[in-house]
Design a protein around this ligand. Structure first.
Ligand code: SIN
Length: 484
């Protein structure tokens, strides 16, 4: 791993503006090679409490800054992130395994949230409401929630942090972040750049350690007033329960089971490209990756042929060694889970069109896979695959495919390809999902609200709505205003 600026390679936690070690450490592996690339501190409960206290004392002065002052600091951080995009991408590829092109894209994507919220910081508007009495005025102001805890996943080691920290800081909150112990280096490098940007000590804190212990400390603290979490539905539910005792505000971005529907009237070439972009981004390891591909009768054979031919051409390799389309999975558990989904589908009469096994590169590489003739009995119909496997279901009627698409406890992202205008509106309105992409395979952007319904989560990230998650409304009644 060669960096232009070796100061970005940190293996220490960041609390109250200081870099902190611990007697016990945890190794970080490169999933493409299995090699240990760093050791990070295993902090205990008392260090996490120190970080929370630091965020609490920094909150007083941070919230007192003007929105313009906070905005300027966020913008400086944004610039430094872009100036160091290549190093941040190399660090990310080393710890996460995604290809360098994807890592560069993610650093840019993460930075876009910081720039967006540098602007939105100035737009935390309130209201003046006509009162029932002429002697009264009703004011509504919006105030920062307070100390925020963020627990972030390994699949987007930079952007999922940026998407939480930027609105939190813009609103005037301070934050304690627990990045995934699998991908902490991107988080430390972002903290280093935040420090260089002049973001004051205590405003951003990064703690690493045992996920359960750190999570319990963050959710159990009455100082922490909000939790923002991205990860699995199972862990999200647990954290939500833990937050109940102190009635914290929560934002949860959880699992998905995205349908990707291709209707007979779709542009097949575009649908093939969209399906590849949706399914194989980050080797299938995103919450919004297409999980079930539904193709209508009339174009089924043509579509699966074109799609599987294109998937068979995807190349695999370690991201730091060259340009490939796909990297490894994150760890052994992810590899085994992927194998299990494929074995289950094949045992239930799935037809393998391409892939279907671990790649000859060995390690954590798995071949991009397409399975035709998928059915509702298969595990992939109900559960999130989180790997490079596309099961294709055949359907005949629009109504049936809507029912199947909605037949899940999840409701994060859905995609469909169609050209008939009436169908476009009908289907977009019928899908029970927080996000729907029509004739597009990628929908993430800082300007739109990202989030799900049902067991896919609560709250939205990004866009003008994302700021509300870090603000509380205050109603102030002004009385005794006399007429002249
Ligand atoms: C996720 O997988 O959780 C995030 C994906 C995105 O922001 O595009």
């Amino acid at each position: 791993m060669k960096l232009h600026d070796s100061g970005l390679f940190k293996q220490l936690a960041y609390i109250n503006g200081e870099w902190v070690s611990a007697s016990e450490t945890l190794p970080v592996h490169n999933p493409a090679t299995g090699k240990v690339i760093a050791h990070i501190p295993m902090l205990g409960a008392s260090e996490v409490r120190t970080a929370i206290k630091a965020a609490e004392s920094a909150f007083k002065s941070w919230r007192a800054k003007t929105a313009a002052e906070r905005s300027t600091l966020l913008r400086k951080w944004y610039r430094l992130i872009l100036d160091n995009q290549e190093d941040l991408a190399v660090l990310m590829t080393a710890e996460q395994g995604k290809q360098l092109t994807e890592s560069r894209g993610e650093v840019g994507y993460g930075a876009s949230f910081i720039e967006w919220y540098a602007e939105e910081a100035k737009r935390a508007y309130g209201d003046l409401i006509p009162a029932a009495k002429s002697s009264q005025r009703i004011m509504v102001t919006r105030e920062p929630v307070g100390v925020v805890a963020a627990i972030t996943p390994w699949n987007f080691p930079n952007a999922m942090i940026a998407r939480k920290v930027a609105p939190a800081l813009a609103a005037g909150c301070t934050i304690v972040i627990k990045p995934s112990e699998l991908t902490p280096l991107s988080a430390f490098a972002m903290a280093e750049l935040a420090q260089r940007a002049g973001i004051p000590a205590g405003v951003i804190n990064i703690v690493t350690g045992d996920a359960r212990e750190v999570g319990a400390e963050l959710t159990g603290s009455s100082i922490v007033r909000k939790l923002s979490f991205t990860g699995s539905t199972a862990v999200g539910k647990l954290l939500m329960k833990q937050c109940a005792d102190s009635v914290k505000k929560v934002s949860l971005e959880l699992g998905g089971n995205a349908p990707f529907i291709v209707f007979d009237d779709a542009d097949i070439e575009q649908a093939v490209q969209g399906a590849i972009a949706s399914k194989y981004r980050n080797s299938g390891q995103t919450c919004i990756c297409m999980n079930r591909l539904f193709v209508q009768d009339g174009i089924y054979d043509e579509f699966i042929q074109k799609f599987s031919e294109a998937v068979a051409k995807l190349t695999l390799g370690p991201g730091l060694d060259g340009e490939f389309n796909q990297g490894p999975l994150i760890n052994e558990a992810a590899l085994n889970k992927t194998k299990d989904f494929v074995e289950d589908a094949l045992a239930k009469k799935g037809r393998l069109l391409t892939g279907g096994r671990a790649h000859s590169l060995g390690g954590l590489f798995y071949e991009p896979t397409v399975l035709a003739d998928a059915s509702m009995e298969m595990k992939c119909y109900q559960d999130e695959i989180f790997g490079p496997v596309a099961p294709v279901f055949r359907f005949h009627y629009e109504e049936d495919v809507i029912n199947m698409a909605n037949d899940t406890r999840y409701g994060l992202a859905a995609y469909f390809y169609a050209n008939d205008l009436s169908r476009v509106f009908r289907v977009a309105e019928a899908l029970e999902y927080g996000m729907v992409a029509v004739n597009e395979g990628v929908l993430s952007t800082e300007v739109a609200p990202f989030g799900g319904v049902k067991e896919s989560g609560i709250g939205r990230e990004g866009s003008k709505y994302g700021l509300d998650e870090y603000l509380e409304m205050k109603y102030v009644l002004l009385g005794g205003i006399n007429a002249p």
